[in-house]
Design a protein around this ligand. Structure first.
Ligand code: UD1
Ligand code: UDP
Length: 363
């Protein structure tokens, strides 16, 4: 089996790390980095610390308007596929890199497989929502992280090639959580103590590209009495500077460079609570049983909200403040995202599909 994996953005490196390890046990992988993320701390750090093999191709596409960025990726991925002749195009999540891979894969002679299939926010203003819907509908194999994702796909008429695998980010957190508790020095480095700080991240287009929303978030965070650690996505730093909010931000929180995954997991685990608009961070907070306040009106990770570990507050300053002051959070955590074996399952299913054996795991 020959698999062409497309990655390009930070969360995709983290997801691909666990799956690549399993894939390479059973077949060959051609790893393609679109170059969507390119700063050392948004890309290289993950390859180094998670032992991801050097990409076979780095397409160097970098940033740009959505259409042009996606089009460049498509134009660069197609010749790679012609050269490498893979059996499967493997895609992760919902970025422009995912969509570009789905378009090339579905127009060439190979199976398209999507990890994190069946997630919906039902907010079509979100660029990621379009990427998710189109990718699922272009895919031959949909790897769903939860029962509700399987149901969502069925509601859209996608029932063939759907596999309930569990969530690969759960596999990843389980693999590193214990290790980083001993090995990471990030709490000392940042001068914070376990359970005595708030961890915040903001990078969603609807928040960063609207000065009112950014200010509303700053207003709410200003009232937090604990120290706030804010590892900032480069997009957020750019916008804070553009809107003359950088100085204010520096008064409200400790703005640091984006962190590597291992230190970031340690911070998520140790934080008293997390404030974020990230998809992945909401889920990881849930796995680590750290209460999460989400700066969005809706989420595709509905189980985290149903379990009451995640509160959706949008960018309403009072709602953010109230959620941050909330004392009571659940005592226990259900387990809707599998058993930590999603990556192994995905590799096995792909191998069976390519060998033309009906995989047993199909739902
Ligand atoms: C992208 C994904 C988003 C995902 C996020 C993960 C899309 C549409 N969005 O958003 O779903 O949650 O990645 O982090 O695919 N930049 C740098 N250096 C970098 C990367 C980006 O400076 O290495 C800056 C550039 O100014 C760029 C901006 O960040 O214009 C946005 O980058 P882009 O990759 O387009 O989108 P993200 O916001 O990172
Ligand atoms: N992450 C990280 N360092 C950081 C911020 C996030 O390693 O400074 C990890 C985080 O643990 C998660 C992933 O990056 O696995 C989430 O990426 P991001 O929030 O950029 O994207 P999203 O999940 O919203 O697509």
């Amino acid at each position: 089996m020959r698999v062409c994996t497309i990655v390009g953005a930070r969360p995709q490196f983290i997801k691909a790390a666990v799956v690549s390890r399993e894939l390479r046990e059973v077949g060959e992988e051609v790893l393609v980095h679109t170059g969507q993320h390119y700063d050392e701390e948004m890309s290289d750090v993950f390859f180094d610390e998670l032992g991801i093999p050097e990409p076979d191709y780095n397409l160097g596409v970098q940033s740009g308007p959505h259409g042009r960025q996606t089009a460049k990726m498509i134009a660069e991925i197609e010749p790679v596929v012609e050269e490498e002749d893979p059996d499967v195009m493997l895609l992760y999540g919902d970025t422009n890199s995912t969509l570009a891979g789905a378009i090339v894969g579905s127009k060439c002679d190979m199976a398209v497989a999507h990890v994190e299939a069946g997630l919906r926010s039902y907010n079509r203003d979100m660029p990621e929502e379009i990427n998710r819907v189109l990718t699922d509908h272009a895919s031959d194999c949909c790897f769903a992280p939860s029962e509700s994702a399987v149901e969502t796909l069925a509601d859209e008429g996608i029932t063939d090639g759907v596999y309930l695998t569990g969530d690969v980010m759960y596999d990843s957190v389980l693999a590193v959580r214990e290790r980083v508790a001993d090995s990471s020095s990030v709490l000392d480095d940042l001068g914070v103590s376990e359970d005595e700080f708030v961890l915040a991240t903001v990078h969603r287009q609807s928040n960063t590209d609207d000065p009112e929303n950014l200010e509303a978030i700053l207003d709410a965070l200003e009232d937090v009495s604990e120290p706030i650690v804010f590892p900032a996505h480069p997009r957020t730093v750019d916008r804070l500077e553009e809107y003359d909010l950088r100085e204010r931000a520096d008064e409200v929180f400790e703005l640091v460079e984006p962190l590597g995954y291992l230190d970031f997991v340690r911070l998520m685990d140790a934080a008293e609570r997390i404030v974020t608009d990230s998809g992945g961070v909401q889920k990881e907070a849930f796995f680590l049983e750290t209460p999460c306040v989400t700066l969005r009106e809706e989420t595709e990770w509905v189980e985290t909200v149903e379990a009451d570990w995640n509160e959706l507050v949008g960018t309403d300053t009072d709602a953010i403040r109230d959620a941050l002051e909330r004392e009571e959070w659940p005592d226990d955590t259900p387990n809707p995202y599998g058993d930590g074996e999603a990556s192994r399952r995905i590799a096995e299913i792909l191998q069976e599909r390519v060998a033309d054996v009906e995989p047993e795991a199909e739902v």
